[in-house]
Each structure stands twice: as C-alpha cells, then as structure tokens.
Write a protein that binds this ligand. Structure first.
Ligand code: SF4
Ligand SMILES: [Zn+2]
Length: 325
C-alpha cells in the first residue's frame, strides 16, 4: 500500500545524522541452556535500506545510523575489539541488516568474524532479502541469524507495521537460513498499532505457532515508543498505548505451552510511559519475573504476581472488543 508507505516515511524528514561512536555493552545471555557472558556491538552503518525507502511503523533505529565509510566501520570494529574479553556470545547489530553489503562490505564482514573467532556463537540481524549472503560465510562459525518477522499475519504486516514483505517471503528465507546450517532467531512484536490489546496477544501467540519447527529462538519485542515514528504520532494523539506487562506475561505463558525452543523477551523502556507497563506499583516485580523467565524458561516465575490492576487489564481486554463491534 503506497499511501501507508508514504505516511511512515514522512516521520523521518527532519532527522539530522551525526557521526556517532559504536555502542558497546556486556550482558548475560543463555547458550545451550547455560547462562554466559555476551558482548554486544552496535556498529554505526548506513542502516536499514527499508527504513530509508519507507520503514516499519514502530522503528526509530534509523536515528542510530549514519553514512560511515569502509575505513570508519573498520575503526569501529577495532575500537570494539579492544573491549572484548572473550565473552562466549558476540552480538553484532547495525540497526539494519548485517548481511546487506551496502551496510557492511563483505571484506569487513570477514574481518569481524576473524576478530571475534574465539566467540562460541556470533549473532547477527538481517532482513530476509539478504540471507543468500550466508553461502559466503564459513560454516565453521557458529552463527545465529536473527530475522524480524513481527507478525505472521499478512494484514498486520502490511497495514499495521509496513514491513515490506509477506509471511511467505519471510518463511522462504527462514528455510534458507536453516539450509545453510545456521540457527534462526525470530523477532515477534507484541502490540503493533491498530490492534486491540486482546488481538495483539492473539497475534503474537499465533505468530509463534507459525514459526515453530523452524526458529530455534523466539524473541518477543513489546512495542516501545521510538521518537519520530508513526507509533509515536499515534501515542501522542492518544490513539496508541504500549502493551500492558500482563499482556506480555500472557504471551510468554501461552507460547511456552506450544513452542519447544528458547523464548526470550527484552522489555525496552519497561515500566515507563514509552514502554510496556502496568499500574506502576507492580511493574518492577513483573519485569523481574520476565527477566528471570529469560534465564529459567519456567512459567512458574509468573505464579506469584498479583496486583489490583490485573482486573483493570482484564476489563480492558473485554471493553475494547465490545467497542470493536
Ligand atoms: S524494524 Fe528492522 S526492517 Fe523495519 S525499518 Fe527498522 S531496522 Fe528496518
Ligand atoms: Zn499493578
């Protein structure tokens, strides 16, 4: 839908790109069932081609990018490597597609893999258009490919997210990732715009159902409000609110019943106005339970959560459906 693409694109008109340093941090993650150290590097590159053409309605990552050339990206990698202390997992993100040569030239891709060859696993992100590049990457590297799907519903992909591909196209690329012997992580969104809270929960669970058997990890992303996006515009007008944390818990509990792989959920801006939140009183406890679930994978983490706002959330699920007609 060309009109919707134009609407989403318009939010980026006044962004000024400044030279930025790579972002680097360390965190805990899970590797083969064990909690290990992970090194995260966000390279500043040209960024996602789709964000330039139009972009996804909730994504503000293009603000993190700028037109870095070959030498500059190489310098960023060297700078990052100085801080690397042998962490088992290395995550290299570009606010776009690591496998798109316009962002990371092939030689630099190989340079990165050589530098971080001690890592037990390297994780990169890409859109489905670029998975054929996997053919050129040594099979000795244990590589996990994280590929955003957001929703397996084509209507949601087109009219709510403006993802620029269909579920079938994503699925074809996902099969290729597996055929190249790589692990596949899929990002699924919780509460894209224009969906009721109840429909958003259902959409996330159905999407999980549709990727089982192919994705080794499902990473749920509850929507947070990024600046200069359609979602921010709707939020400011009172037409959108990020998902309740109770909805996130519901998605995790239900997905655990139907999916055998590893499930994770990083709640960006959790408990804040711009992120997934509840009443304010219980947010900390719920966020802690979600964090624990990421490590234990056990839904018992959610057993003792209780708050008066749970009733309010349940009411909202019903009321919104009633007004939908
Ligand atoms: S969500 Fe991913 S595919 Fe969509 S615009 Fe952002 S970086 Fe590009
Ligand atoms: Zn509460």
């Amino acid at each position: 839908m060309k009109e919707f693409e134009e609407v989403v694109k318009n939010f980026k008109k006044e962004i000024v790109k400044k030279v930025k340093k790579p972002r680097i941090w360390k965190e805990k993650d899970v590797l083969d069932g064990k909690v290990v150290n992970a090194f995260v590097l966000i390279l500043r590159t040209k960024g996602c081609f789709w964000a330039k053409e139009s972009g996804c309605s909730m994504c503000g990552y293009y603000r993190e990018t700028y037109d870095a050339g070959y030498e500059e990206i190489k310098k960023q990698i060297d700078e990052a490597y100085m801080q690397y202390e042998g962490e088992e997992i290395v995550k290299i993100f570009t606010s776009g597609s690591f496998l798109d040569e316009r962002e990371v030239p092939k030689e630099l891709r190989d340079y990165i893999f050589k530098k971080f060859s001690k890592a037990k696993k390297i994780i990169v992100e890409t859109r489905p258009e670029f998975v054929d590049a996997l053919e050129e990457i040594s099979s000795e590297i244990r590589l996990e490919v994280a590929m955003g799907l957001e929703s397996a519903n084509n209507k949601v992909l087109e009219y709510s997210i403006n993802k620029g591909f269909t579920f079938e196209e994503w699925r074809k690329s996902a099969e290729k990732v597996i055929s190249y012997g790589r692990e596949l992580k899929v990002y699924i969104l919780i509460k894209p715009p224009f969906l009721t809270e109840k429909d958003a929960i259902k959409d996330a669970i159905r999407s999980a159902e549709k990727v089982k058997g192919i994705a080794t990890t499902i990473s749920f992303n509850p929507v947070s409000i990024h600046g200069k996006t359609l979602v921010e515009y709707l939020w400011k007008k009172g037409l959108y609110s990020p998902p309740w944390l109770w909805s996130v818990v519901e998605v995790l509990k239900e997905t655990r019943k139907i999916y055998d792989g590893y499930i994770k959920c990083d709640v960006i801006a959790g408990g804040k106005e711009r992120g997934s939140h509840n009443c304010g009183k219980c947010d900390k406890d719920v966020l802690k339970a979600i964090k624990n679930f990421n490590f234990t994978q056990n839904v018992k983490e959610f057993d003792n959560l209780k708050c008066a706002c749970q009733e309010e959330w349940k009411d909202l699920l019903e009321i919104e459906e009633f007004f939908k007609g």
